[in-house]
Design a protein around this ligand. Structure first.
Ligand SMILES: Nc1ncnc2c1ncn2[C@@H]1O[C@H](COP(=O)(O)OP(=O)(O)OP(=O)(O)O)[C@@H](O)[C@H]1O
Length: 373
């Protein structure tokens, strides 16, 4: 039985849909990440789940029980909201204890549960301090501890690391994963950062404009997305998505031209390729010319932004000692057609295809206006 089941959930505000007929299940003891751009509906979904708001339609099942009409207090779900304001006049202990104090739980039980949550999050030494004496990361841990206070099998964390610096985020990401293992609970976690999503997720739910795009193992969605929007949203540097056109068994998209073994069911397509699929040089199957517009040298790899056939392209190049190409250099580019992903331009759905043959496009270097890099 799923830990959670969202069944045809819809919610609108003043006639504007925030969630539309959303259905998916969450596996028990999984770390499931909801990833989508700002305004995708992640926070609305969480507020419906924890009972702060009611859906217009649909139901939410928790371990097989319909909880849609239960009050927030009746739902055994721990919640770390996106904005987690701590009370400045209360100590860390009082801040963490707040939901239990409000529920008039016995003092001894409050103390025991606060100590446990503080121990798990390594903040026991901060319990007597007030929020103004804490760093950003410590405040975040206090907020998570408060969310973990409930006796629950499901915990919901709404973008809990937003606004923290990179190092701290990395550390807290590790800690949260460890926390799930320790609590043996189901974690549902929202973020608009796709790198954070890939780092954290076993299961990934891609949400866009209030609709479910895809729900599966995170690695499957990254390597084999079923929808153009998943390819676009998940992964950094962002994937290349080129508008293309199929005529019979010939497909052209920007600088790429290649033959198909069979015609496609759609003429207007999107051709997706990850930045790491594009290589410098020739001979991978489809060869063409480009011009370097910007280089970000990250040490072990370089992200190269190029233009070819009037199209912006992003390459991710591993560097082993050799320098990346220079800004404005004319470069030969090559891609294996087997690494391309095709999508129906109208629906965004993935199309299966087989490349018949690779053809050299032989496009000239783009000589459009120069960028200032
Ligand atoms: N109380 C509300 N009243 C009116 N509109 C709302 C309300 N809450 C959410 N919305 C709208 O619902 C949509 C989804 O918002 P939501 O906060 O869930 O997005 P999100 O995916 O969590 O975004 P972010 O990553 O920025 O937090 C947005 O268009 C938002 O403006």
């Amino acid at each position: 039985m799923p830990a959670l089941s969202f069944q045809s959930i819809s919610k609108a505000y003043r006639g504007r849909p925030a969630l539309e007929a959303l259905s998916f299940d969450v596996e028990p003891q999984s770390f499931t990440v909801i990833c989508g751009p700002p305004k995708a509906g992640k926070s609305v979904l969480f507020r419906l789940l924890v009972g702060l708001e009611q859906p217009d339609a649909g139901c939410i099942m928790l371990a097989g029980e319909d909880i849609t009409r239960l009050s927030a207090a009746q739902r055994a779900i721990g919640y770390v909201p996106q904005s987690f304001a701590l009370y400045p006049h209360l100590t860390v202990r009082q801040n963490i204890a707040y939901p239990l104090t409000l529920a008039r739980a016995p003092q001894a039980e409050i103390a025991r549960r606060v100590d446990r949550a503080a121990g798990i999050l390594s903040i026991a030494h901060l319990l007597a301090k007030t929020p103004d004496q804490l760093s950003g990361g410590e405040k975040q841990r206090v907020a998570v501890a408060r969310g973990l206070l409930k006796n629950a099998d499901v915990f919901v964390l709404d973008d809990p690391l937003v606004g923290l610096d990179y190092k701290l985020r990395e550390r807290l990401m590790d800690e949260l994963k460890g926390l799930r293992e320790e609590l043996k609970a189901t974690f549902l976690y929202a973020t608009s950062d796709s790198l954070e999503a890939l780092t954290m997720a076993q299961r990934l739910v891609v949400l866009d404009a209030g609709r479910l795009v895809e729900h599966d193992e995170a690695t499957r969605i990254y390597h084999d997305p079923g929808h153009a929007r998943s390819l676009d949203l998940i992964g950094f540097p962002h994937a290349n998505l080129l508008k293309g056109r199929a005529e019979g068994t010939r497909l052209t998209a920007g600088p790429l031209t290649f033959g198909l073994a069979e015609p496609l069911p759609a003429a207007e397509v999107l051709v997706g390729l990850r930045p790491e699929a594009l290589k410098l040089g020739t001979g991978a199957g489809i060869d063409f010319q480009g011009r370097v517009r910007l280089v970000e040298n990250l040490g072990g790899e370089a992200v190269v932004y190029a233009q070819a056939g009037g199209q912006d392209l992003t390459l991710s190049l591993p560097l082993s000692g050799e320098p990346p190409p220079d800004f404005d250099a004319a470069v030969a580019l090559t891609v294996d057609p087997g690494t391309l992903m095709l999508f129906d331009a109208a629906s965004g759905r993935r199309l299966t295809f087989r490349a018949a043959q690779a053809e050299l496009r032989g496009s000239e270097c783009d000589s459009g206006p120069r960028n200032s890099a």
